[in-house]
Structure formats: structure tokens, C-alpha cells
Design a protein around this ligand. Structure first.
Ligand code: FE2
Ligand code: FE2
Length: 179
């Protein structure tokens, strides 16, 4: 079986696709063009449901297992753990802002646009830190036995958007994200 860290890396590739979709929508919003509200709502719902509630908690298990016995990248991992607590708060705020922008107040749309821009940057930077330093260090230090120990602690929940069984409410969004 693939170590969980490879699966987490595959998640990042999917999240980037979703963020790119959100970025396209943000650019449309910025230039006052028609946006796909339903799909944006689904995309943010997905961010809450899978990255925030499944992907980050899985990383927490891996990072904490590593931190228990190793000193490498200790500060960086602690900062990432902290960000895992903060990111869901940002997603909730984004959902709230989208809902008030739907009330068609023009300044709320501008505010939403700025916040969405910031949200995408924060999410990408978070993944970049994981991909550039945390994951490679952990992969180079842990062995097969460690990965078995970690797997035994995990509860696997399937990705409802990019997994094999796409949740009905995400089928339209998937078509738009993967084009
Ligand atoms: Fe993370
Ligand atoms: Fe991640």
C-alpha cells in the first residue's frame, strides 16, 4: 500500500485544480462578469468537508508521529499544525462572505473578491510549505514500519469530489473543475 503521504500529495494536486477553478471565478467576479455561484458554493462546501475535515487531520497524525521522535523541521511542522487550526476558520468566513455577496450588495462583491484572492494565496502557500520541506523531510526519515504504524492510527475517509465515488452534489462541480 502507498504510504499515506503519497495520498496526501495526490490530494494537493486535486486541491490545486479546485483553487484554479476558484481563481477563474474570482477573475470573472473582478471584471464584473457572470460567475457560477452554484459551483463556487459547492467548491467552498468541499473545502470544508474534505481538506479541512479530512486532509488536515490526516496530516496532523503524520506530523505529530514524526515530531514525537525527530527534531528536523520541528518549527515548520508546528507552524503547519497551527495553520491546520486556522484554515477551517478562513473557509467558514469565505462561505459567510459569499452568502452576503449573494444578497447582491455591490461592495460585498468587492470584499468577497479580495478575500477569495487572499484565501487562494494562503491555501497555495500552505501546500507549498508542505511540499517543499515538510513532506520531503518526513519521507526521507520515516521507514516502512513507521508508515504501517501511522496507517494503523488512521481512519480513511474517501474524497467526495476527486475520489472514485463522486458525491451526487459534487458531480456538476467536478465537470467544471476538470473541464
Ligand atoms: Fe496541511
Ligand atoms: Fe496538505
Amino acid at each position: 500500500m502507498k504510504p499515506i503521504i503519497d495520498k496526501l500529495h495526490d490530494d494537493h494536486i486535486n486541491f490545486i485544480k479546485l483553487l484554479e477553478f476558484l481563481e477563474t471565478q474570482k477573475n470573472l467576479l473582478k471584471s464584473c462578469q457572470q460567475i457560477d455561484i452554484e459551483s463556487i458554493l459547492d467548491a467552498i462546501q468541499y473545502m470544508k468537508e474534505y481538506p479541512d475535515l479530512v486532509h488536515h487531520p490526516l496530516e496532523n497524525v503524520v506530523f505529530k508521529y514524526f515530531l514525537a521522535d525527530h527534531d528536523e523541521v520541528c518549527d515548520e511542522l508546528k507552524a503547519l499544525l497551527q495553520e491546520h487550526d486556522e484554515l477551517p476558520v478562513l473557509t467558514d468566513k469565505l462561505m459567510e462572505m459569499l452568502q452576503s455577496a449573494l444578497a447582491a450588495v455591490p461592495q460585498k462583491r468587492e470584499e468577497l473578491c479580495r478575500y477569495l484572492e487572499e484565501y487562494i494565496v494562503i491555501q497555495k502557500e500552505h501546500m507549498n510549505k508542505e511540499e517543499s520541506l515538510a513532506y520531503p523531510t518526513i519521507k526521507s526519515v520515516l521507514n516502512d514500519h513507521d508508515w504501517e504504524n501511522i496507517s494503523s492510527e488512521l481512519e480513511f475517509i474517501k474524497d467526495p469530489l476527486f475520489g472514485n465515488n463522486v458525491k451526487k452534489s459534487y458531480q456538476a462541480l467536478l465537470q467544471k473543475v476538470i473541464g
